[in-house]
Design a protein around this ligand. Sequence first.
Ligand SMILES: C[S@@+](CC[C@H](N)C(=O)[O-])C[C@H]1O[C@@H](n2cnc3c(N)ncnc32)[C@H](O)[C@@H]1O
Length: 206
Amino acid sequence: MELINKYFPELTDDQRSKFSEMEELYQYWNARVNVISRQDIDTLYERHILHSLGIAKVQPFKSGTSVLDVGTGGGFPGIPLAIMFPDAQFHLVDSIGKKIRVVQEIADALKLTNVKAEQIRAEKLDDSYEFVVSRAVTRITPFVGWVRKNISRNSFHELRNGILYLKGGDLTEELAELPHKKRVFELSDYFSEEFFETKKVVYVPL
Ligand SMILES: C[S@@+](CC[C@H](N)C(=O)[O-])C[C@H]1O[C@@H](n2cnc3c(N)ncnc32)[C@H](O)[C@@H]1O
Protein backbone atom coordinates (compact mmCIF):
# COMPACT_ATOMS: atom_id res chain seq x y z
CA MET A 1 0.00 0.00 0.00
CA GLU A 2 2.96 2.37 0.62
CA LEU A 3 3.76 2.04 -3.07
CA ILE A 4 0.33 3.32 -4.04
CA ASN A 5 0.69 6.27 -1.67
CA LYS A 6 4.18 6.97 -3.01
CA TYR A 7 3.06 7.33 -6.63
CA PHE A 8 -0.47 8.58 -6.06
CA PRO A 9 -0.24 10.92 -3.04
CA GLU A 10 -3.46 12.73 -3.85
CA LEU A 11 -5.90 9.88 -3.33
CA THR A 12 -9.02 10.49 -1.26
CA ASP A 13 -9.56 8.56 1.99
CA ASP A 14 -12.20 6.50 0.21
CA GLN A 15 -9.80 5.51 -2.58
CA ARG A 16 -7.06 4.74 -0.07
CA SER A 17 -9.32 2.49 1.96
CA LYS A 18 -10.52 0.67 -1.18
CA PHE A 19 -6.94 0.00 -2.26
CA SER A 20 -6.05 -1.29 1.20
CA GLU A 21 -9.12 -3.57 1.31
CA MET A 22 -7.99 -5.24 -1.91
CA GLU A 23 -5.30 -7.32 -0.21
CA GLU A 24 -7.68 -9.20 2.07
CA LEU A 25 -10.28 -9.60 -0.66
CA TYR A 26 -7.78 -11.08 -3.12
CA GLN A 27 -6.34 -13.35 -0.42
CA TYR A 28 -9.84 -14.65 0.29
CA TRP A 29 -10.98 -15.07 -3.32
CA ASN A 30 -7.70 -16.28 -4.76
CA ALA A 31 -7.64 -19.15 -2.27
CA ARG A 32 -10.99 -20.28 -3.76
CA VAL A 33 -10.60 -19.43 -7.45
CA ASN A 34 -7.12 -18.97 -8.85
CA VAL A 35 -7.30 -15.57 -10.51
CA ILE A 36 -3.69 -14.50 -9.98
CA SER A 37 -0.64 -16.68 -9.50
CA ARG A 38 -0.45 -17.77 -5.85
CA GLN A 39 3.10 -16.52 -5.36
CA ASP A 40 2.10 -13.14 -6.78
CA ILE A 41 -0.42 -12.49 -4.02
CA ASP A 42 2.50 -11.28 -1.84
CA THR A 43 3.38 -8.70 -4.46
CA LEU A 44 -0.20 -7.68 -5.20
CA TYR A 45 0.44 -3.96 -4.75
CA GLU A 46 3.49 -3.81 -7.00
CA ARG A 47 2.82 -6.42 -9.69
CA HIS A 48 -0.89 -6.08 -10.06
CA ILE A 49 -2.25 -2.86 -8.63
CA LEU A 50 0.59 -0.44 -9.39
CA HIS A 51 1.22 -2.15 -12.72
CA SER A 52 -2.45 -1.62 -13.66
CA LEU A 53 -2.19 2.01 -12.56
CA GLY A 54 0.58 2.54 -15.13
CA ILE A 55 -2.33 3.21 -17.49
CA ALA A 56 -3.51 5.99 -15.15
CA LYS A 57 -0.10 7.67 -15.49
CA VAL A 58 -0.20 7.44 -19.30
CA GLN A 59 -3.80 8.66 -19.66
CA PRO A 60 -5.92 9.84 -16.72
CA PHE A 61 -9.57 9.13 -17.60
CA LYS A 62 -11.94 12.09 -17.45
CA SER A 63 -15.37 12.01 -15.87
CA GLY A 64 -17.83 10.13 -18.12
CA THR A 65 -15.19 8.10 -19.97
CA SER A 66 -16.19 4.56 -20.86
CA VAL A 67 -13.46 1.95 -20.65
CA LEU A 68 -13.50 -1.71 -21.67
CA ASP A 69 -11.10 -4.14 -19.96
CA VAL A 70 -10.74 -7.24 -22.14
CA GLY A 71 -9.65 -10.52 -20.53
CA THR A 72 -9.76 -8.95 -17.09
CA GLY A 73 -9.14 -12.29 -15.30
CA GLY A 74 -9.33 -11.36 -11.63
CA GLY A 75 -9.92 -7.69 -12.42
CA PHE A 76 -6.65 -6.31 -13.78
CA PRO A 77 -6.19 -3.63 -14.86
CA GLY A 78 -9.91 -2.77 -14.52
CA ILE A 79 -10.44 -2.83 -10.74
CA PRO A 80 -7.51 -0.56 -9.77
CA LEU A 81 -8.44 1.84 -12.58
CA ALA A 82 -12.08 1.91 -11.44
CA ILE A 83 -10.94 2.90 -7.93
CA MET A 84 -8.63 5.55 -9.38
CA PHE A 85 -11.32 7.03 -11.68
CA PRO A 86 -14.67 6.76 -9.87
CA ASP A 87 -16.38 9.04 -12.43
CA ALA A 88 -15.45 6.84 -15.40
CA GLN A 89 -17.41 3.69 -16.32
CA PHE A 90 -15.64 0.34 -16.58
CA HIS A 91 -16.86 -2.78 -18.40
CA LEU A 92 -14.72 -5.75 -17.36
CA VAL A 93 -15.10 -8.83 -19.54
CA ASP A 94 -13.63 -12.30 -19.59
CA SER A 95 -14.60 -15.51 -21.34
CA ILE A 96 -14.37 -17.51 -18.08
CA GLY A 97 -17.43 -17.25 -15.86
CA LYS A 98 -15.82 -18.13 -12.53
CA LYS A 99 -13.29 -15.31 -12.92
CA ILE A 100 -16.10 -12.87 -13.65
CA ARG A 101 -17.94 -14.01 -10.53
CA VAL A 102 -14.83 -13.22 -8.45
CA VAL A 103 -14.51 -9.81 -10.11
CA GLN A 104 -18.17 -9.07 -9.35
CA GLU A 105 -17.74 -10.12 -5.69
CA ILE A 106 -14.69 -7.88 -5.35
CA ALA A 107 -16.35 -4.93 -7.09
CA ASP A 108 -19.42 -5.32 -4.83
CA ALA A 109 -17.31 -5.59 -1.67
CA LEU A 110 -15.47 -2.40 -2.66
CA LYS A 111 -18.78 -0.71 -3.57
CA LEU A 112 -17.51 0.08 -7.05
CA THR A 113 -20.71 1.27 -8.69
CA ASN A 114 -18.77 2.19 -11.84
CA VAL A 115 -17.89 -1.44 -12.65
CA LYS A 116 -19.91 -3.87 -14.74
CA ALA A 117 -18.43 -7.39 -15.00
CA GLU A 118 -19.59 -9.74 -17.73
CA GLN A 119 -18.72 -13.17 -19.07
CA ILE A 120 -18.38 -12.67 -22.82
CA ARG A 121 -15.73 -13.13 -25.48
CA ALA A 122 -14.22 -9.87 -26.71
CA GLU A 123 -15.05 -10.69 -30.33
CA LYS A 124 -18.77 -10.73 -29.48
CA LEU A 125 -18.97 -7.28 -27.89
CA ASP A 126 -20.75 -4.61 -29.87
CA ASP A 127 -20.75 -1.57 -27.55
CA SER A 128 -18.40 1.41 -28.01
CA TYR A 129 -15.84 2.77 -25.57
CA GLU A 130 -13.36 5.62 -25.53
CA PHE A 131 -10.56 3.31 -24.43
CA VAL A 132 -9.87 -0.41 -24.35
CA VAL A 133 -7.36 -1.54 -21.72
CA SER A 134 -5.83 -4.97 -21.26
CA ARG A 135 -2.96 -7.02 -19.89
CA ALA A 136 -1.60 -10.47 -20.73
CA VAL A 137 -4.37 -11.65 -23.05
CA THR A 138 -2.84 -12.18 -26.49
CA ARG A 139 -0.46 -10.65 -29.03
CA ILE A 140 -1.29 -7.08 -29.88
CA THR A 141 -2.06 -7.59 -33.58
CA PRO A 142 -4.95 -10.07 -33.10
CA PHE A 143 -6.08 -8.05 -30.09
CA VAL A 144 -6.44 -4.90 -32.21
CA GLY A 145 -8.50 -6.98 -34.66
CA TRP A 146 -10.89 -8.03 -31.87
CA VAL A 147 -11.57 -4.61 -30.40
CA ARG A 148 -11.14 -1.91 -33.07
CA LYS A 149 -14.87 -2.07 -33.76
CA ASN A 150 -15.52 -1.17 -30.09
CA ILE A 151 -13.65 2.15 -30.00
CA SER A 152 -15.72 5.30 -30.41
CA ARG A 153 -14.52 8.44 -32.20
CA ASN A 154 -15.68 11.16 -29.80
CA SER A 155 -12.26 11.86 -28.34
CA PHE A 156 -12.00 14.26 -25.41
CA HIS A 157 -8.67 13.20 -23.89
CA GLU A 158 -5.10 14.22 -24.54
CA LEU A 159 -4.59 10.89 -26.31
CA ARG A 160 -7.00 10.02 -29.10
CA ASN A 161 -9.37 7.15 -28.26
CA GLY A 162 -7.67 3.78 -28.58
CA ILE A 163 -6.09 0.78 -26.93
CA LEU A 164 -3.81 0.92 -23.88
CA TYR A 165 -2.18 -2.50 -23.52
CA LEU A 166 0.18 -3.40 -20.66
CA LYS A 167 3.12 -5.40 -21.99
CA GLY A 168 6.54 -6.50 -20.75
CA GLY A 169 9.81 -7.66 -22.27
CA ASP A 170 11.22 -7.23 -25.74
CA LEU A 171 8.43 -6.15 -28.06
CA THR A 172 10.50 -5.54 -31.19
CA GLU A 173 9.00 -8.45 -33.13
CA GLU A 174 5.46 -7.90 -31.93
CA LEU A 175 5.48 -4.20 -32.73
CA ALA A 176 7.07 -4.79 -36.15
CA GLU A 177 4.16 -7.07 -37.15
CA LEU A 178 1.54 -4.57 -35.96
CA PRO A 179 0.27 -2.74 -39.05
CA HIS A 180 -1.20 0.19 -37.08
CA LYS A 181 0.16 3.43 -35.63
CA LYS A 182 1.43 2.91 -32.10
CA ARG A 183 3.35 4.60 -29.34
CA VAL A 184 5.16 2.90 -26.48
CA PHE A 185 5.24 4.41 -22.98
CA GLU A 186 7.91 3.05 -20.62
CA LEU A 187 6.57 2.48 -17.11
CA SER A 188 10.11 2.99 -15.75
CA ASP A 189 9.51 6.69 -16.55
CA TYR A 190 6.84 6.71 -13.85
CA PHE A 191 7.84 4.00 -11.33
CA SER A 192 11.41 3.39 -10.11
CA GLU A 193 11.05 -0.22 -8.82
CA GLU A 194 13.06 -2.85 -10.69
CA PHE A 195 9.89 -4.72 -11.72
CA PHE A 196 8.97 -1.85 -14.06
CA GLU A 197 12.29 -1.80 -15.95
CA THR A 198 10.86 -3.73 -18.90
CA LYS A 199 7.20 -2.84 -18.50
CA LYS A 200 5.42 -0.73 -21.07
CA VAL A 201 2.04 0.56 -22.13
CA VAL A 202 1.52 0.08 -25.85
CA TYR A 203 -0.92 2.70 -27.12
CA VAL A 204 -2.71 2.05 -30.40
CA PRO A 205 -4.92 4.99 -31.41
CA LEU A 206 -8.10 4.33 -33.38
C1 LIG B 1 -3.40 -14.41 -18.48
S1 LIG B 1 -5.02 -13.92 -18.09
C2 LIG B 1 -4.77 -12.21 -17.67
C3 LIG B 1 -5.82 -11.70 -16.74
C4 LIG B 1 -5.67 -10.23 -16.34
N1 LIG B 1 -5.81 -9.33 -17.47
C5 LIG B 1 -4.36 -9.98 -15.63
O1 LIG B 1 -3.48 -9.38 -16.24
O2 LIG B 1 -4.21 -10.40 -14.47
C6 LIG B 1 -5.83 -13.81 -19.66
C7 LIG B 1 -7.34 -13.73 -19.55
O3 LIG B 1 -7.89 -13.41 -20.82
C8 LIG B 1 -9.09 -14.11 -20.98
N2 LIG B 1 -9.38 -14.18 -22.42
C9 LIG B 1 -8.61 -14.76 -23.37
N3 LIG B 1 -9.18 -14.58 -24.58
C10 LIG B 1 -10.32 -13.87 -24.39
C11 LIG B 1 -11.35 -13.37 -25.26
N4 LIG B 1 -11.29 -13.58 -26.57
N5 LIG B 1 -12.36 -12.67 -24.72
C12 LIG B 1 -12.43 -12.47 -23.40
N6 LIG B 1 -11.50 -12.92 -22.53
C13 LIG B 1 -10.45 -13.61 -23.02
C14 LIG B 1 -8.81 -15.47 -20.31
O4 LIG B 1 -9.99 -16.13 -19.92
C15 LIG B 1 -7.97 -15.04 -19.11
O5 LIG B 1 -8.75 -14.82 -17.96
